[in-house]
Write a protein that binds this ligand. Structure first.
Ligand code: NAD
Length: 414
């Protein structure tokens, strides 16, 4: 994929400011809401299996907790830096407010390529990181979760590490294995929410999903579940990609078989059906719904002009840069913003936390029903404000979220 260096936090601030202006938000309050409350950078030493020492950099950024404890995932990736984590933390503040759950926004990460580590090294690194951020987290303070390259096993190690010092504490992280207090429905929740967003968009723009096509970049947790739900709805998923490249079939890919293959091989490379395409080609291929579900900044000013879709459905966080957003607007491509599209994950994380606090497990149908309600409510709030104020879905989503956070901040005393 063509790499373009993106200033992620500035991009978030631009989106924030556009919406804050429309709301007529007080300038001082606006400045305060934009900046993170607290930024923690830690050193994470790791003794490798061969006895050598390597030191990594880790972060936990707490953006805003006016509406509830800080909430957000932990990312393991070689490109993680302070700017990216800051941006992702602020997106969490607006996302949790948009779906109206009692959380603030936070995010964390380690600058590491986890593929270079053994399983034992990954466990030691994860435990050390969690101890290092220990002073700022807590079940009513800050509740981490998985993100890119972290999963339920890593959450289990986090939970165990914390519980050794604080007593049995499943509510300290979400996205845990079911056996340790994870919620039924959490694994599929973000992809399900992405699908709900596409389904509601199809209704709004009078499209028949069973006659539509979709392309998905990224075939991990979010992309693969979104692909499954789309496939089940009758929508043709004509191309998908992952870090190894893409596959294209104009008749629609066999998503259940591809998921099975990816589960066994961890990548889609080598799957017998579909024509090979690069990630760059994939973005330019014609479809109704283009779903970036991998990393941020992949749609930028150098490639936005070449997009050939009707809708960009932002399943990843921050996949479209502000200059690209403007190009897409001129091309009349509608963008469904990340803070709405991928909010299903944190919504079910919230349900998981509630179940842990209640020490009571909900049936999967109940989880999915409540997720459906949260997602559709948020979608229709954003859509009606968008029409009322004649703004983009993104600006409307930020307006709903900022208004909620600003009201809480004022009530608590600014
Ligand atoms: P994941 O690690 O499970 O999957 C990431 C996928 O992206 C993999 O298929 C990987 O091969 C692919 N990928 C990585 N680099 C790529 C590249 N350069 N080109 C193409 N594909 C590439 O991660 P995930 O949990 O599915 O998260 C994906 C995105 O969704 C991230 O932006 C994340 O912040 C966001 N998100 C995730 C959740 C969640 O619940 N997991 C919730 C909200 C938002």
């Amino acid at each position: 994929m063509t790499e373009v260096k993106v200033n992620n936090f500035k991009a978030c601030c631009d989106q924030f400011e556009r919406a804050a202006d429309k709301l007529g938000l007080d300038e001082k309050l606006s400045q305060s809401l934009m900046m993170p409350d607290r930024e923690l950078a830690v050193e994470v030493p790791l003794t490798k299996d061969d006895g050598t020492l390597e030191v990594f950099r880790g972060y936990r950024i707490q953006h805003n907790n006016a509406r509830g404890p800080f909430k957000g995932g932990i990312r393991y990736h070689q490109d993680v830096d302070l700017d990216e984590v800051r941006a992702l933390a602020s997106l969490m503040t607006w996302k949790t407010a948009l779906v109206d759950i009692p959380y603030g926004g936070g995010k964390g990460g380690i600058t590491v390529d986890p593929r270079s580590l053994s399983q034992r090294e990954l466990e030691r690194l994860s435990r050390t990181f969690f101890r290092r951020i220990g002073p700022v987290i807590g079940i009513n303070k800050d509740i981490p979760a998985p993100d890119v390259n972290t999963n339920s096993q890593i959450m289990a190690w986090f939970m165990d590490e914390y519980s050794q010092h604080h007593g049995h504490s499943p509510a300290i992280v979400t996205g845990k294995p079911i056996d340790l207090g994870g919620s039924l429905g959490r694994e599929a929740a973000t992809g399900r929410g992405v699908f709900i967003t596409i389904r509601e968009t199809a209704k709004e723009f009078e499209m028949d999903l069973s006659e539509s096509t979709a392309i998905i970049q990224g075939f991990g947790n979010v992309g693969s579940f979104a692909a499954s739900f789309l496939h089940e709805s009758g929508c043709k998923v004509v191309a998908v990609s992952d870090v190894t490249g893409g596959l294209y079939d104009p008749q629609g890919l066999d998503i259940p078989a591809l998921r099975e293959y990816a589960r066994a091989n961890r990548v889609i490379e080598g799957f017998a059906r579909g024509k090979s395409v690069s990630n760059d080609e994939l973005l330019n291929t014609g479809c109704d719904f283009l779903v970036p579900a991998a990393l941020g900044g992949v749609i930028h000013k150098m490639n936005a002009g070449g997009l050939n879709c009707k809708f960009v459905i932002e399943a990843a966080n921050g996949p479209t840069t502000p200059p690209a957003d403007e190009i897409l607007f001129e091309k009349k491509i509608v963008v469904m913003p990340d803070i709405l599209t991928n909010a299903g994950g944190v919504t079910v994380s919230y349900f998981e936390w509630v179940q842990n606090l209640q020490q009571f497990r909900w049936e999967e149908d109940l989880v999915n029903e409540k997720l459906e309600h949260k997602m559709t409510t948020a979608y229709h709030e954003v859509n009606s404000l968008r029409k009322d104020k004649n703004v983009s879905f993104r600006t409307a989503a930020f307006m709903v979220a900022i208004d909620r956070v600003a009201r809480t901040v004022k009530l608590r005393g600014f």
